[in-house]
Design a protein around this ligand. Structure first.
Ligand code: SF4
Length: 356
């Protein structure tokens, strides 16, 4: 539906970024990377729930060395997030990570950036140049201030540094906490380079405000064809970030599959606690790539129409819901059984499809 911006393609392990590849969803683990068991468990849970790429904080040598074990026990691409010490980037590469994220402005000088770039080049590992408004380097600040242009120029100067090493395995991000600034920066950057872009609104806040900010910032850019991989940044679990990221892609028709939940806003006609039913079902929906439509509707006005169109749905009545499956009404269910019955029917449909 949207014409995607043409970019170079880079490979993060087996996952392509840019060059027309499907847009990927990534997050950052919130465990201590040195705690291998907890980090592996979190990565596996994220993968089961549709996450494509996980980034890990590497604050010290112990964390860089732990990456080797984590890599051995997981299967999706892992990106090492490095600040301040280029030697950690080199150790992370030796541990087998699939990508690096650095802000070259805080690595401690050009020679150190060159050194880690050479190590990444030898292993054909991509580097994301991740520039944030909050950590622009002094030279850029004195010339441009904390502005959109400053953000973009900072990224471009780092790109030029890597290119001078004959390295072009690059992904770029230019994040700000302001949605308009983020949008403007990515638009500007997209005009200037053909590298794939990692989108995100940084430090977007808690799940409520952060979801809105991320959806508007990331969604606006994606609708313009800009962006190749996304990370929703929330003060919440990484699972929540992935759920929001996947939903942004689904809402724009950029990712198919999975369960689409339709529920009405309710009004004075609704005679069941529809909000509780919809929330409980949403929280317990199984992770699947199968396309399935579930409708949870409050009454007979729009309920039967939407529920009939869905694979499974209910139209609320007085203390109950009329259950529809594949276009047919199959019975009345008391309100307290609605969640269980809907989830059971979803499970049955998924099992039936597996057997086909
Ligand atoms: Fe109101 Fe019924 Fe429409 Fe829901 S489906 S918003 S309860 S009229």
């Amino acid at each position: 539906m949207f014409e995607r911006r043409k970019t170079k393609q880079v490979m993060l392990g087996k996952v392509p970024i840019g060059g027309g590849a499907p847009i990927t969803v990534q997050t950052m683990a919130k465990t201590d990377t040195r705690d291998v068991a907890a980090t592996v468990a979190q990565i596996r849970e994220l993968e089961r729930n549709g996450c494509d790429i996980v980034r890990l904080a590497v604050p010290d040598r112990e964390a860089a060395l732990a990456l080797k074990k984590i890599k051995e026990e997981t299967s999706i691409p892992l990106v090492a997030d490095i600040h301040f010490d280029y030697r950690l980037a080199i150790l992370a590469l030796e541990s087998g990570v699939d990508g690096l994220r650095i802000n070259p402005g805080n690595i401690g000088g050009e020679e150190k950036v060159r050194s880690l770039t050479r190590a990444a080049k030898e292993r054909n590992v991509p580097i994301r140049i991740g520039v944030n408004m909050g950590s622009l380097e002094k030279g850029i600040l004195s010339r441009y201030g904390r502005t959109t242009a400053g953000l973009v120029e900072s990224a471009l100067s780092h790109v030029a540094l890597l290119e001078r090493e004959g390295y072009d395995n690059i992904v770029i991000s230019v994040k700000a906490t302001s949605v308009p600034v983020t949008i403007a920066a990515y638009r500007m950057l997209a005009e200037r380079v053909a590298y794939p872009l990692h989108l995100g609104v940084t430090e977007a806040g808690g799940p409520w405000a952060g979801t809105i900010k991320s959806s508007i910032g990331i969604g606006t850019l994606l609708a313009e064809g800009i962006g190749d991989t996304i990370r929703v940044s929330l003060t919440a679990s990484p699972l929540e970030e992935v759920r929001v990221g996947l939903q942004i892609l689904k809402a724009l028709g950029l990712r198919g599959g999975g369960i689409e939940l339709i529920s009405c806003p309710t009004c004075g006609r609704c005679q069941i606690d529809l909000g509780s039913v919809a929330r409980a079902v949403e929280q317990r929906l199984p992770a699947t790539d199968e396309e399935l439509r579930v409708a949870i509707m409050g009454c007979a006005v729009n309920g039967p129409g939407e529920a009939r169109e869905a694979d499974v749905g209910i139209a609320g009545g007085k203390g109950c819901g009329v259950l529809f499956k594949k276009g047919k009404m199959i019975g009345k269910v008391p309100e307290d059984k609605l969640v269980g019955v809907l989830l059971e029917e979803i499970k049955k449909i998924l099992e039936e499809r597996k057997q086909k």
